[in-house]
Every structure is written in C-alpha cells, then in structure tokens.
Ligand binder design. Sequence first.
Ligand code: FEO
Length: 401
Amino acid sequence: MSAEEIKKEVYWVGAIDWNIRDFHGYSTYRGTTYNAYLVKDEKVCLFDTVKANFKKEMLYHIRQLIDPEQIDYIVVNHVELDHSGCLAEMIELCKPEKVFCSPMGLKAIESHFHPSDWPLEVVKSGDSISLGAKTIQFLETKMLHWPDSMFSYIPEDKLLISSDAFGQHLASTERFADELPEGAALREAEKYYANILLIFSNNVQKLLATVADLKLDIDMIAPDHGVIWRQNPGEILQAYDRWSRHTAERKAVIIYDSMWHSTEKMAKNISAGLRSVGVHARVLSAKSNHRSDIIVEMMSAKAVLVGSPTLNNGIMPTMADVLTYAKGLRPRKKIGAAFGSFGWSGESVKILTAFLEDMQCEVVEPGVRIKNVPDNEALQECFELGVRVGEAVNAALDVDA
Ligand code: FEO
C-alpha cells in the first residue's frame, strides 16, 4: 500500500492488519486497519500512530511524503495500544515540538508509558491550534470509548478525525466507504458499534447533540479503523443516532444451546409461535455463532429469548459466555423470555431469567421448562410462549410508532 491523500495535504499513513481474527473477544473475520493521518502544513502533524508491530508499515507510508524528523506535532486522540503502540518510538525518532492529548489522555499516557521528558500539551474541548493554513479544533469524547478519547476537527477541510468512533474492523485496500459494495461499510460499522460502543449509547447521544450544537460542517469522517466516510457522512451519524437510541425491529432473536436437541426443538417451536403473530426470529445456536455476531442480531431485535438445558445445576458454558458478554454491552429496551429442558434439578430457566433481568429486559413469564424430551403438548407450550412474546413485541412497537 501507499500513503493516500484524503484531503489536500492530508494523508492516510496507517497500516492494514489483514490477519487479526480476535480483538478482545470480538471476531474480526475481515481483519482491521490502524489509521494514522498526516497533515502537511507549515507545521507537520501526525494524528495517532499504529499497533507496535505495524510501525514499519506506517513509517514506510510517512517516508513516501516526508522525513519523519519533519513531524512537528503528534496528536494523541486515543491512548489504547492499537493507536499508541509505537508512540514512544515515534517521539524518540521524530522529536516533535509538541504532543497534544486530552486531560484524561495525559493520565493514560503517564500510566502506560511513564514518560519523563515528552513535550506533552493538554488540550480540552474548544481548544484549537494552528498548523499554518489549517486549524485543529479538539473535542473530548470521554468514554467513546475510553476516558481519554478525543476528536480532532479541521474546519478548513470539513474533516472530522474521529478516533475509534464511526470505525469498522475491516481490512481493505479501499480507503473510502463508497469504494466498497453498497452497505458493506455500514454493516461492519454496525458490528463495531454493537461490540464496542453499545454500552456507551448514552454518551453517543450526548456527543451527537454536542456535534449538532457546535454546527460542525462535516463532509468527511476519518476514523481510526476501517474505511473513511466520504460520500454522505450523515449516513453514519444517523446510524449512530438510531443504534444509540436502542431502536429495534419487529424481530426476535432466539439464542440457545442444546445437549440432545430438546432445547433446540423448543427454540424452533417458539420461533413458529413468534412467526404466527408476524414477528420474524433469528434462531442462533450459541455453539455455532460467535458472541460478537449474536450481539449484532440482539441489538436490532425487540425480543431476546434464551434457552439452555440445565448442566451441573447451571447453564451451558456457551450460553454463559454469550450472556456475560451481552450483559456487559447493555442492550436495552428488550422483551425477554427464557426456556430450557432439564433432567433432574432444572435451574437453567431461573438462571437465564436472572441474566435477562440484569439486562433490564421486560421478562415475559412464565418461561418454559421441559423435562427431558418435549412431547407435542410441551412443544405447544413453546409455541404459545412465542405467541405471548410476539404479542408483547407488537404491542411495544405499536406504542413506539
Ligand atoms: Fe482502536 Fe480503542 O482502540
């Protein structure tokens, strides 16, 4: 790859990680990129760096444009190590005049790198610096997704450099969303939001309100992962608004695991009950679907039904994995129900219901517990649970409409 000009004298100088397949429990089937940006002006400024083992790739791109020693400023929009993994080496190499970071960024830099003589300068929301012809305006974006996170806005280019926000884990030689097949970038952005930002949805709502208040004129959003939003950046802003409001479709997601297919049969009959009242379902085995794909389906569904047989007085480990992950990400405004088969002790439905309550679901009672193998009567009970949940979905969406 080469450095790529994204605006006049603003360049992508990042790195492409084609092979990463796990990012803290998030399945990155399509790899990712670590986007760093370089502005050539009277002052040369680098925005963020890359993961440590991609330093050579970033330097190769920078050297296509300038000698790295010409870098005057480094802006640290985010200290997480996929963006600051070679910050210390870059400071050593470039000897910049200044390294800008947010107040919380300073604390994060201190606790990560323990620097003694870095030329750090703290900038807050509303502060700006001049590079010559271009200006950088800073906006702190605390908890999107770390306390230190910050946006940099270049008004002369109508360019928002947005750190992790609006990113996607997607390795590609395309640098812009509009170079990919229609909808591809947005689908990856949705997965990224569900797995990283869903928990911070209240902060996203506040940030969108701040951006609107500031009347920032944005015609390009350049995140730190994936492709850049060049045509219609409003599309990703609107999607973030929708996702952070926990907007749901007339859809249910049924997540289950099964030992001898009893809970699986229950899941399928619940699905039929939902369908009978016009609610489509995604029936997802926790064994066959990765937690980070399940959370995407969960984010857009109005109802979440969870099923497990009882195993060792508990639930299946696959379900514990998915539900622990989902609980942490805090999907909200869901209708929930639990079901499962059992042999003797039968605690699973109670445990699953507790997970749903922790996620602040409106739980439809009673859940369905079936001993060993469901007969026709038991399957009808499952169908009826699907009907009850489906009717609750319809009622909730009709009220919302
Ligand atoms: Fe891409 Fe929070 O680092």
